[in-house]
Design a protein around this ligand. Structure first.
Ligand SMILES: [Zn+2]
Length: 357
């Protein structure tokens, strides 16, 4: 555990603490990393450290610290509630043309995010947030504004935010959370201190699940391997082992689907999608494509390792095959977002041989 009770990210915590003690903090930060690696918890800890009045900041026990605790009701309501798999922050299968946002504020901490089911964070949301950051803090010395999934800002919203970053209120700190820095406009990026959180090593996650979670080593190792650096995801799975078993089963089915012949894959489609209304099927299809993408990603890593050697013809062919299937799965995802019938999308995915790609 790092000094902030985070799994991993010790260097990032120490760097922030050093700058804080030296009085060298900026007005804007961009936290990047894979979803589930601890970006939101890191932002919460920053808000606590910036506002805590105790000498040991954050004390985690005072009123201002407790307000932004990752388990506090405010925080739970404010940040994006992830997709059950916490794979990424998926856009909804059916993009709505209009835009919506959720702005939650408590004791001078503000969180802005896209409203579920909407396409992006509109300029209205940024205007509202920006206006509030200029108000003097009523509790403590700083006002903290967090933008959860900043890559979802509309272009006008991003430009409005840029104006706020160019003339920040002296007491305000704005924290952007994103998966990758390239998801954020370069003009915004250049005005932020960048905190890049690395994926948490599997060994660290696994040891934590055994030590703190009381999990058996075998399950802990399996969850840590599937987590691919996302400690938050792993901890969530460890808390609800039945959810983990379901996830592992689905993953095994997706891997079998990837290895199967086209006729076998075709036969499996009905079983994968099940019955139900088109929207339910679309959501299920989206979930399955996530599992299939994960299966492909681990296959890709293995194929790249094999091809990096003396690159025999068959390992290069394996590499081409998995890349072609990845492109096809990505196209399937886009088709489902564009309301193509999930059954058609999956049958196409099942039948066309990968070599076409
Ligand atoms: Zn405190």
């Amino acid at each position: 555990m790092s000094p902030w009770g985070l799994l991993g990210h010790e260097r990032a915590v120490r760097a922030f603490q050093g700058a804080h003690r030296a009085g060298r903090l900026g007005h804007a930060y961009l936290i990047t990393g894979v979803p589930g690696c601890g970006r939101r918890t890191f932002a919460a800890r920053m808000a606590q450290a910036l506002r805590c009045a105790q000498s040991e900041r954050p004390c985690l026990t005072c009123r201002l610290c407790r307000a932004v605790d990752p388990d506090a009701p405010f925080w739970q309501a404010a940040v994006r509630r992830d997709h059950p798999d916490e794979v990424d922050d998926p856009r909804p299968p059916r993009d709505r043309r209009d835009a919506g946002y959720v702005h939650t504020a408590y004791l001078d901490v503000h969180v802005l995010r896209r409203r579920d089911g909407f396409r992006d964070i509109p300029i209205r949301g940024i205007r509202e947030l920006a206006a509030e950051t200029y108000l003097k803090p009523a509790h403590g010395t700083a006002r903290v504004a967090i933008i959860d999934a900043a890559e979802e800002l509309s272009i006008p919203a991003a430009n409005a935010l840029l104006k706020t970053l160019e003339e920040p209120a002296p007491h305000a700190v704005i924290i952007l959370i994103a998966q990758q820095s390239t998801g954020v406009l370069p003009t915004l990026r250049s005005r932020c201190h960048h905190i890049a959180l690395a994926p948490v090593p599997a060994a660290l996650i696994s040891a934590h699940l055994v030590g703190e979670g009381g999990l058996d080593p075998e399950t802990a190792e399996a969850i840590a391997a599937a987590a691919r650096g996302r400690a938050g995801w792993a901890i969530g799975m460890a808390r609800d082992v039945s959810r983990w078993r379901e996830f592992a089963d689905r993953q095994a089915t997706a891997e079998a689907f990837e290895r199967a012949t086209p006729p076998e894959r075709f036969m499996a489609v009905d079983e994968l999608l099940g019955r139900g209304r088109p929207l339910e099927q679309a959501e299920r299809a989206y979930g399955w494509l996530g599992h299939i993408s994960r299966a492909q990603a681990s296959e890709l890593r293995a194929a790249m390792r094999a091809a990096a050697g003396d690159a025999p013809t068959e390992s290069r062919a394996a590499l081409r095959s998995v890349v072609a299937r990845m492109l096809r799965a990505r196209a399937a995802q886009v088709n489902i977002q564009h309301n193509v019938t999930p059954k058609l999308v999956f049958e196409d995915l099942a039948l066309r041989p990968a070599a076409d790609g």
